[in-house]
Design a protein around this ligand. Structure first.
Ligand code: SAM
Length: 237
């Protein structure tokens, strides 16, 4: 699903921060106004502690993974980062509809329209995240476009900064060459080590890599092969 740009994106230049359920919603007469004050209104926040986002789905597309993670990890705050304006809007509306249909749930998930490749460092503190997801990223086949890939040696430095020690990067693709690329980048990075097969079997998130996102479901429907690389931060930066 390569991003080709759109006139609507040109009309709305990217801003670093554009929270999912922030001001635009307040202009509507939505009945959720009182409960959705912030992108995350997890009831846990009301204790006075400000909880931080711990999961980030980079290039979240239509948000299928986030929706699954939200109920699987109700205590964790998570965010999807998505480049396309309309897709982000869709995810935003999807979250709001789920919140309305299931009061008290889905308060821990939000989405932001942003170019993650440029702005990740603006969003997260050092060691803030415990999981980052890169599900079926755009392959950018041509060599001159490899610099546009969301996994690269340079970007892994940024992800390593945002991840805590033990924090995990999950990647999956149906493009063998991209799978090799992501694995090689992770393997060659001094701060990452592979998560063992035994640990992967015990991790409930792993199954979701294949089944939860819209792209993953499409690949599964077509019987496509997938290439997974899951690595963790082994030592502090
Ligand atoms: C092939 S889709 C996969 C979507 C989703 N992860 C899934 O598995 O269904 C790749 C997504 O990454 C988004 N994307 C590409 N580059 C991005 C960037 N620099 N920042 C944020 N999102 C990006 C695209 O807009 C697209 O929605």
């Amino acid at each position: 699903m390569p991003f080709r740009g759109s006139s609507s994106l040109r009309r709305h230049p990217l801003r670093c921060f554009e929270s999912v359920v922030a001001p635009p919603l307040f202009r509507s007469s939505g009945t959720n106004r009182s409960i959705i004050r912030y992108a995350h209104s997890n009831p846990l926040n009301h204790s006075g502690d400000v909880k931080k986002i711990e999961f980030a789905d980079i290039g979240c597309g239509f948000g299928g993974l986030l929706i699954c993670l939200s109920t699987l990890f109700p205590q964790k705050l998570m965010i999807g980062m998505e480049l396309r304006d309309k897709v982000t809007e869709y995810v935003k509306e999807r979250i709001l509809a789920l919140r309305a249909a299931h009061p008290g749930q889905y308060q821990n998930v939000s989405v932001v329209r942003t170019n993650s490749m440029k702005y990740i460092p603006n969003y997260f503190d050092k060691g803030q995240l415990c999981k980052m997801f890169f599900l079926f990223p755009d392959p950018h086949f041509k060599e001159k476009n490899h610099r546009r890939r969301v996994i690269s040696p340079h970007l892994l430095d940024e992800y390593a900064y945002a991840l805590q020690v033990g924090g995990v990067i999950y990647t999956i693709t149906d493009v063998e060459e991209l799978g090799d690329w992501m694995k090689t980048c992770l393997e060659n990075h001094p701060l990452f080590e592979p998560v063992t097969e035994e640990e992967l079997k015990a991790d409930p998130v792993v199954e979701l890599l294949h089944s939860a996102s819209e792209e993953g479901q499409k690949v599964a429907r077509n019987g496509g092969q997938t290439y997974r690389a899951v690595y963790r931060i082994a030592s502090p930066m």
